[in-house]
Design a protein around this ligand. Structure first.
Ligand code: GLN
Length: 248
């Protein structure tokens, strides 16, 4: 019997916008459906997170104020996080959590909230907020869909998670969304991300299983409901006349 996969949800008391905890539920359930076990640790803001204790870490989205608190907490163990990421720790960071992976997030008043400096990346708050449904194309996982709502414009020279098909992405200008670096997955996509994107959920799970040394190759699941949710999203995304034109 394999040991459970250790998943940490960092600071769910501060960073949990748009049901980001649905990502954790999805990861856990997709393991259970294959007879595997997840041990989920909720690390609250009064606790110290130790990257060496986990096989997969999730950092969600939050408001600017909450991001500042999380930045102060996380930066205390910044060197440990840097070493773990360089060593291949799988890390999924969404929106505010994604911004914290970089050098800084510059607030509308010009103040810079320092990031963890795990990636060569900066974010600057701008106007208007970039809001709406988003679809991107990823080399690793095909089309990824969801919702974005961020004031920050992020720029970096790493690979993106995907190229924008519709929506804004990292900054509304360069056509890139999110980041891929080693086993880091950063994105602005909420809603939450993983229930609607099973290929990405499984890709992240397989990455974490491999990192943990758990010898399992994930077999595909049925995913009928997930596919129906994605189809509903695609139909909403198209304008009604296009839908009508395709209806016999
Ligand atoms: N505060 C950040 C921004 O608006 C992140 C918001 C979020 O996590 N949705 O850019």
């Amino acid at each position: 019997m394999n040991r459970p996969l250790c998943i940490a949800h960092l600071y769910p008391d501060l960073l949990n916008l748009y049901a980001d905890k649905g990502n954790i539920l999805t990861l856990k359930r997709r393991l259970e459906w294959r007879g595997l076990e997840a041990q989920v640790t909720l690390v609250t803001s009064s606790e110290e997170a130790r990257p060496g204790d986990y096989d997969l870490v999730l950092l969600g989205g939050g408001s600017d104020r909450e991001q500042e608190i999380v930045s102060r907490t996380l930066r205390r163990s910044r060197d440990e996080w840097k070493a773990a990421v360089e060593d291949g720790l799988p890390l999924l960071a969404v929106c505010g959590g994604y911004q914290l992976l970089g050098e800084y997030y510059q607030l509308p008043d010009g103040t810079k909230v320092p990031g963890l400096e795990l990636l060569d990346m900066v974010t600057v708050a701008g106007s208007p907020r970039l809001i709406g449904n988003v679809a991107i194309e990823s080399d690793e996982c095909g089309t990824i869909v969801g919702f974005e709502n961020h004031g920050g414009r992020t720029t970096h020279h790493h690979a993106p998670l995907g190229k924008v098909i519709s929506g804004h992405g990292n900054n509304g200008t360069d056509g890139h969304e999110g980041v891929r670096y080693k086993n880091v997955f950063g994105t602005y996509i909420h809603g939450p991300l993983l229930p609607k994107n099973p290929a990405l959920a499984d890709f992240i799970l397989q990455t974490a299983l491999d990192y943990a040394g758990i010898d399992v190759k994930l077999e595909p699941l049925d995913d009928e409901l997930e596919k129906a949710a994605r189809t509903a999203f695609q139909v909403r995304r198209m304008n009604l006349s296009e839908v009508a034109a395709q209806t016999p």
